[in-house]
Write a protein that binds this ligand. Sequence first.
Ligand code: ATP
Ligand code: MG
Ligand code: MG
Length: 380
Amino acid sequence: MTTVGILGGGQLARMMALAGAPLGLRFLVMDTAADACAGQFAPMVVGDYRDEAALTEFASRVDVATFDFENVPAESAEWLAGRIPVFPNPRALAMAQDRLAEKTLFRELDIPVPAFAAVDSRAALQAAIAEVGTPCILKTRRLGYDGKGQFRIKSPADLDAAWDALGAQATTVGLIVEGFVAFERELSVVAVRSREGEFRTWPLTENWHVDGVLSASLAPATADDALIARAVDHARKLAEALDYVGVFALELFCRDGELLANELAPRVHNSGHWTLEGSETSQFQNHLRAVLGLPLGDTRMLGQACMLNWIGAMPDALPVLDEPGGHWHDYGKSPRVGRKVGHATLRADTQEVLAEALQRVGVALGREAQVAPVIERLRG
Ligand code: ATP
Ligand code: MG
Ligand code: MG
């Protein structure tokens, strides 16, 4: 019996454990919170990721370790990797934890990125705004997620407000200024690489964010073959440069037919949740196959799929369950403003049937605004 250890016990770990059950896998989750939602399906070690006693217990009970949370301290990942196999490797994790290191690597690999500059003082912020130009965004280099730790700078006059908001973190997690990209679309490549170096991607996904948090994903994204090939090529270069094993997502901005890389998420990704019902093999199952050295499953998709995130509180499930291609995911979390508590996936054989289902669900749940951009794209 193989036991997979997962650092971080959120919904990603929970969906990994559910996807691994048919493979006969056992799981052990480590999280700092005793009520982490993956704990409803897997035994847990509760403790700080830097606590050697907790890490020792975790390592002694698992055959291989992976992550649901990219901000596990890189030293802890290294410590574990000295004792048990850890995938993705800690170097890839460390690179993806730091927006400056990540953008520097993108550039080295000839993957276009928005303009950026590192910031370690108020004077450096002023220089960075002048260099990158406005509008731009000040972001923490580390620990940001769901758009947290970001301040939008519309003009140089916003210097003081930006520094007041994030300046204290310049010497702790570090700061970076990025040019604001007036993109037409956001896309992601969800990809998997095996221990032997086999590389596969799911169809390109289009994503819509509200207040920095993913709201909806649509697959396949409508894009021409050349653009898809470029996106896949960027992901492949990154996977190979990092000797990456497992699933990751590359987030891209599309502007005037040009792709600019935003960030790499070194784990299964919210924009790949649709693969649970929309593809032959889900991202969760393929991630497990990759880290265990098993053959990868086919990533082809079945028709069209749209994922809708539920943020804050779960809506009524019935309108989704009433749909022929409707699938419901409740993460078993208590409601909280801004928190991802669940999602739904609607699947259909054609774009028009999917658009009609989204329309019905949007009206029934009073979420017309959430489904509107997806319907507009489908009816393009
Ligand atoms: P997550 O890890 O949850 O995806 P995050 O906190 O790491 O989020 P980003 O992905 O950097 O944050 O930003 C969240 C969203 O904010 C992006 O998906 C995009 O919609 C918007 N955004 C971020 N950076 C830029 C940029 N340079 N130009 C335009 N929009 C941006
Ligand atoms: Mg991120
Ligand atoms: Mg992001």
